[in-house]
Design a protein around this ligand. Structure first.
Ligand code: TMP
Length: 209
C-alpha cells in the first residue's frame, strides 16, 4: 500500500516572504530526491478568477460572499479528480500549499462571523486537514514596506489597518486550534537563510515522524 503524502500549508500576511520561502523549500525537497506538488489558493479555477476580481477591487463582494467563494474554490482544490490535493496525497505525493483555510479564518473572519467561517471549512468532508501549517510571522511595518516596494496595485486587504486586524485574527485562530492542528510559528523578520533553515528543520521533522 502507498504511504499517504504529507500536506503542508505555508501561511503569512501579505508581504511576509511566503513566495521566497516556498521556492527555497522546493529547492530543498528537490535536493533530497523527494517529490512534492506545489499549489496555492486562490486557485486558477473559474471561482479563483472571481475571487481575484474581488481581491483586486474590480467586483465588490461582502465577507460572507467571499468566504463562500474561497470555500467553493477550496473544495474544488481538494476534490477535483485530475489534480486535486486528495489525489496527490493518496498517490503518496506530498503537497505544499501557499495559503489554506487559516487565511479564510483570518481574512474573512475579520468581517464575517468567525465561528461560521471556521465551521463551514472544518466540518466539510471534502476539505482535508493539513499535517502541518507554518505561519511566517512578520512585523506589520516590514510587510507594508515590502508591499510598497513590490506591488504596483494593492489588493483590498493590502493596507496597514487590515493587516493589523488580520494578524491578530491569525493568532486568535491558532489559539482556538491548539491541540487540534499542528501549527508552527516562525519568526520571518530575520534573514532569508535563517528563516529558510527553520522551515526546512520543521519540514524534516514532519517527514521523519
Ligand atoms: P497571495 O496570492 O499574495 O497569497 O494573495 C492572496 C490573497 O487572498 C491574500 O490577500 C489573502 C487572501 N485570501 C483570503 O482572503 N482568504 C483565503 O481563504 C485565502 C486562501 C486567501
Amino acid at each position: 500500500m502507498v504511504k499517504r503524502g504529507k500536506f503542508i500549508v505555508i501561511e503569512g500576511l501579505d508581504g511576509s516572504g511566503k513566495g521566497t520561502q516556498i521556492s527555497l523549500l522546493a529547492d530543498h525537497i528537490k535536493k533530497t530526491g523527494s517529490q512534492a506538488y506545489f499549489t496555492a489558493e486562490p486557485t486558477a479555477s473559474s471561482v479563483g478568477g472571481m475571487i481575484r476580481d474581488a481581491l483586486g477591487g474590480f467586483v465588490r463582494r461582502d465577507a460572507y460572499e467571499l468566504s463562500a467563494l474561497f470555500l467553493a474554490d477550496r473544495i474544488f482544490h481538494n476534490a477535483n479528480p485530475k489534480n486535486g490535493i486528495k489525489r496527490y496525497l493518496s498517490d503518496g505525493i506530498d503537497v505544499v500549499c501557499d495559503r489554506y483555510y487559516y487565511s479564510s479564518f483570518a481574512y474573512q473572519g475579520i468581517d464575517a462571523d468567525l465561528d461560521w467561517v471556521m465551521k463551514m471549512n472544518l466540518e466539510c468532508k471534502d476539505i482535508v486537514k493539513p499535517d502541518l501549517c507554518i505561519f511566517l510571522d512578520v512585523d506589520i511595518d516590514l510587510c507594508e514596506s515590502r508591499i510598497r516596494e513590490n506591488r504596483f496595485d494593492r489588493e483590498i486587504y493590502e493596507n496597514v489597518e487590515s493587516q493589523r486586524r488580520i494578524r491578530k485574527r491569525f493568532f486568535e485562530v491558532f489559539d482556538r486550534l491548539m491541540g487540534r492542528e499542528n501549527i508552527k510559528i516562525v519568526d520571518a523578520g530575520r534573514t532569508i537563510p535563517e528563516v529558510s533553515a527553520d522551515i526546512i528543520k520543521i519540514y524534516n521533522e514532519l517527514k521523519e515522524s
